[in-house]
Design a protein around this ligand. Sequence first.
Ligand SMILES: Nc1ncnc2c1ncn2[C@@H]1O[C@H](COP(=O)(O)OP(=O)(O)OP(=O)(O)O)[C@@H](O)[C@H]1O
Length: 251
Amino acid sequence: MTGDIPGPCRGLVLESITITVKEESRDLIAELNLSVAPGQVVTIMGPSGSGKSTLLSYIAGFLDRRTFAANGRIMVGGETIEDLPAEDRHVGILFQDPVLFPHLTVAGNLLFGLPRGRCRDRHKRRAMASDALASAGLAGFEHRDPSTLSGGQKARVTLLRTLLSQPRALLLDEPFSKLDVALREEFRSFVFAHVRERGLPTLLVTHDPADAEAAAGVVIHLDDVIVRPSGIVETIGEGSSPVARLNRSGS
Ligand SMILES: Nc1ncnc2c1ncn2[C@@H]1O[C@H](COP(=O)(O)OP(=O)(O)OP(=O)(O)O)[C@@H](O)[C@H]1O
């Protein structure tokens, strides 16, 4: 089926996204259009309060509808998802703090991300967890209690859990910001290698220009929109083809 879908549409496509703070009738994001190709990382920067995390919440399906009104189209892998519940969107998200369930082992945490419907065989599930851990330099960690892991190890397990859920797009909400410099570089490379290997369209929210540089893709500044006479802003990536397009009119 995906063979029929043009390349850019197999990624993550946002069309005319508008998010309003209800109480203030204020547009936080207005008419945002953006395409992220498979395996590409688009970095979103901007000052505190410009709506970066809110945008990710809308895409992932857990926007607080009491506070925000939102509309616009979200497509992942050619499917329109904005009306689906979060669990049916197949969009993975990582936050600043790696969150692991304290009552489960490391393997239990990983398998939590693997829906039973996708693999019912207990031995296969265990093998998938072990393979994932080995791929992250964490062989033998299956039975460990999450509280015994270092910050970097927790971050890796959280990413592996997200990947095991087989997302079709990945959202990264400052997942590197709390790691020390050495770990940050290591984890960044780990994440981007997985993104490219799996062809995951990825949005990265960060305040750190070094993250954007490491992502080596398009950078969008939510507060810095140059409106051309056409009302369209284009951000051009490597080569001649536009890899992301930002259009935020009306702000
Ligand atoms: N419950 C709420 N009621 C009213 N406004 C809210 C509420 N929650 C968030 N906001 C507003 O929504 C806006 C967007 O917040 P958001 O967290 O998305 O910004 P951000 O760009 O991710 O900021 P940061 O870089 O600090 O994480 C902010 O202006 C914030 O004040």
